[in-house]
Ligand binder design. Structure first.
Ligand code: MG
Length: 157
C-alpha cells in the first residue's frame, strides 16, 4: 500500500462561481487560477502523485503551459488515475477536506463524490468529502481564498 497527501489553495477573485470536485457551484466570487482552480481536484491529484512518488501537479501540468489555461481539472485527475493504473495501483480510499467560510459544501458533496469516483473509476464509497471553516481566522476565515487537503491510500491493483 502507499499513502499520499495533497494541499491546494486558490485566492478568490472576480467571478460568479467556483469549481470544486468537478462541480460548478454558484458563488459571489470566482477564483484566480490558470486552470479552473478546482482546489479539491488539485489536492487530490497531488495526493495521488505523492503516493506514487511521481512529483506534483505542477510537474505534470506546468502552470506556464498555455494548454492548461482555463483547463477542466478533471482531465488532470483522469491523468492521475491513468498513472495509478500504469503503476499497478488502484485507489483504496480518498479523504478530502475543503476549508472555507463559503460556499457551503455539504449540498454539493454527493455530486462531487460522484464525479471524482467516475474519473477514478472507483466506487463512490471510496471517496469522502468533508468541509470545515477556520472560525473566521486566517485567509480562509477572511474569505480571501479557498483551500483543500486530501489524503489517499493506494492498493496494489
Ligand atoms: Mg491549484
Amino acid at each position: 500500500m502507499r499513502i499520499g497527501s495533497g494541499f491546494d489553495v486558490h485566492a478568490f477573485g472576480a467571478g460568479d462561481h467556483v469549481v470544486l470536485g468537478g462541480v460548478r457551484i454558484p458563488h459571489e466570487q470566482g477564483v484566480l487560477a490558470h486552470s479552473d482552480g478546482d482546489v479539491v481536484i488539485h489536492a487530490l491529484c497531488d495526493a495521488i502523485f505523492g503516493a506514487l512518488a511521481l512529483g506534483d501537479i505542477g510537474t505534470h501540468f506546468p502552470p506556464a503551459d498555455e494548454r492548461w489555461r482555463g483547463a477542466d481539472s478533471r482531465q488532470f485527475l483522469r491523468h492521475a488515475a491513468l498513472l495509478m493504473a500504469q503503476h499497478d495501483f488502484k485507489l483504496g480510499n480518498a479523504d478530502i477536506t475543503v476549508i472555507c467560510e463559503a460556499p457551503k459544501i455539504g449540498p454539493h458533496a454527493q455530486a462531487m463524490r460522484e464525479r471524482l469516483a467516475a474519473d477514478l473509476e472507483c466506487g463512490i464509497g471510496r471517496i469522502s468529502i468533508k468541509a470545515t471553516t477556520t472560525e473566521r481566522l486566517g485567509f480562509a476565515g477572511r474569505r480571501e481564498g479557498i483551500a483543500a487537503q486530501a489524503c489517499v491510500l493506494l492498493e496494489r491493483a
